[in-house]
Design a protein around this ligand. Sequence first.
Ligand SMILES: *[C@@H]1O[C@H](CO)[C@@H](O)[C@H](O)[C@H]1NC(C)=O
Ligand SMILES: *[C@@H]1O[C@H](CO)[C@@H](O)[C@H](O)[C@H]1NC(C)=O
Ligand SMILES: *[C@@H]1O[C@H](CO)[C@@H](O)[C@H](O)[C@H]1NC(C)=O
Length: 254
Amino acid sequence: MARAHWGCCPWLVLLCACAWGHTKPVDLGGQDVRNCSTNPPYLPVTVVNTTMSLTALRQQMQTQNLSAYIIPGTDAHMNKYIGQHDERRAWITGFTGSAGTAVVTMKKAAVWTDSRYWTQAERQMDCNWELHKEVGTTPIVTWLLTEIPAGGRVGFDPFLLSIDTWESYDLALQGSNRQLVSITTNLVDLVWGSERPPVPNQPIYALQEAFTGDSVSPVSFPTCSNAGPGCYSVGGKLHHQRYQSSGLQTLACT
Ligand SMILES: *[C@@H]1O[C@H](CO)[C@@H](O)[C@H](O)[C@H]1NC(C)=O
Ligand SMILES: *[C@@H]1O[C@H](CO)[C@@H](O)[C@H](O)[C@H]1NC(C)=O
Ligand SMILES: *[C@@H]1O[C@H](CO)[C@@H](O)[C@H](O)[C@H]1NC(C)=O
């Protein structure tokens, strides 16, 4: 019964998924944002207390001899809207906006995000976190240079930085006597432990053109002569399998 219900409305499931991923800026509703300059700080109920997870993360950083650790808001596929399993930045900061990078040092923690999320960040982050109303790697590196000592090591998860982003951090740090250090074990995951949501296991499917509004035209796959993923041989000729808007298709390699 339930199955038939969802089966007839795959678009509804999709809409829900999109609504979940599209975190909208939260309505301010008067003054219900944090105020870290009062004593004690004023924290709305929407704030997450990150004191314990930050302490645990700094212990992991110490083990790796890091002065700072970069926590991007993306997953290993550079997606913008990501599964809860990959919401590392949201988990460690409390801030759930779809854009934003966090950096933690031994003494401070900070988030950089754009104007869509400034209010939301002030409603979700506790006073462990500075909010920087800027984007891009340059302001992050400028801050890092003031916060970490010469010789400091800046850790990052190589699966979560694109080559372009890595290059931009690397370039900005050149000659500063601070070093970017790739650590393949994600330190937030170590702290998250058994509370971390599992990898989603729902079946994947191709969206119909009626929903995407566009189609993907068949393309040739010159690299599939290397028999990479999706490639297989039929009658001595290489083929490549991929999803088109009309479903799974098999394309002969050129
Ligand atoms: C925070 O509190 C201080 C002291 O009461 C006040 O001057 C300031 O305007 C408040 N800031 C915000 C953003 O409400
Ligand atoms: C946050 O959690 C820590 C550790 O459990 C606790 O000491 C602290 O009082 C909490 N902070 C607030 C503002 O509730
Ligand atoms: C840790 O890093 C510092 C530079 O910040 C370096 O001087 C020191 O030798 C390193 N220690 C270890 C145990 O790797």
